[in-house]
Design a protein around this ligand. Structure first.
Ligand SMILES: N[C@@H](CCC(=O)N[C@@H](CS)C(=O)NCC(=O)O)C(=O)O
Length: 210
């Protein structure tokens, strides 16, 4: 079996996405801590692996892959034998749509704005920018409702099997559910609420996101 190393901090949602896939594949891998709050991700050594200084980065037998969608696609093929991506073209398109919605609309509003303002800023002695939070709620709600409309939701996003979109959305809901905005954002997404109740009990989720 190949040598797999994930570079990144365990609190990162995207690092958690990759680790959930690896845990659900029962794969052996090493996690090498690269802090994003202490500037480690901007060191020359790390930038040589990932020029954008983002986490995660995957190293596999000396080859380096960055960008979570490329990493999860690769791992799903070589480690999980396509277990986490549907073969049906329409379902594959749904998978890509959900991932793109998360990357483009949900993550920036839910994590970079609401969670940072509500959870991180106060722990660092700052004050939540209520205006920023208020402006992020509507686009985050639109993103959640768009995902809802593309989702089977029972028990997993694309149906009876876990798939890559589950690994993307779980880490976001872990943090977003700690904010008062979670209820408003998910008020019209009953399938996602039921899904969340189920997936939050998975042992892999407790291990990676606990
Ligand atoms: N497009 C990247 C995004 C990864 C990303 O935004 N990671 C965050 C942590 S969740 C990060 O590295 N933040 C550090 C920074 O922006 O300096 C991917 O898909 O891997």
């Amino acid at each position: 079996m190949a040598n797999l190393t994930v570079y990144g901090t365990p609190v990162s949602t995207y690092v958690r996405t990759v680790r959930l896939l690896l845990e659900e594949s029962s794969a052996d891998y090493a996690l090498k801590e690269i802090g994003i709050f202490n500037g480690e991700n901007q060191s020359a050594e790390y930038l040589a692996k990932n020029p954008f200084g983002k986490v995660p980065t995957l190293e596999i037998d000396g080859e380096v892959i960055y960008e979570t969608s490329a990493i999860t696609d690769y791992l799903d093929t070589v480690v999980a034998h396509n277990k986490f991506s549907p073969a049906n073209p329409l379902e594959r398109a749904r998978m890509r749509q959900i991932i793109a919605i998360i990357d483009s609309y949900l993550y920036p509003n839910a994590i970079l704005t609401i969670v940072i303002q509500r959870v991180i800023v106060p722990t660092q002695g700052g004050k939540t920018d209520e205006n920023k939070v208020k402006n992020a709620v509507a686009p985050a709600k639109t993103a959640a409702e768009a995902i809802e409309s593309l989702t089977v939701g029972s028990p997993y996003l694309l149906g009876s099997e876990l798939s890559i979109p589950d690994f993307y959305l779980i880490p976001i809901f872990i943090y977003l559910s700690q904010t008062p905005e979670f209820d408003v954002i998910t008020t019209q997404t009953p399938k996602l609420r039921t899904w969340w109740d189920e997936v939050s009990k998975l042992p892999s989720v407790k291990k990676v996101c606990g």
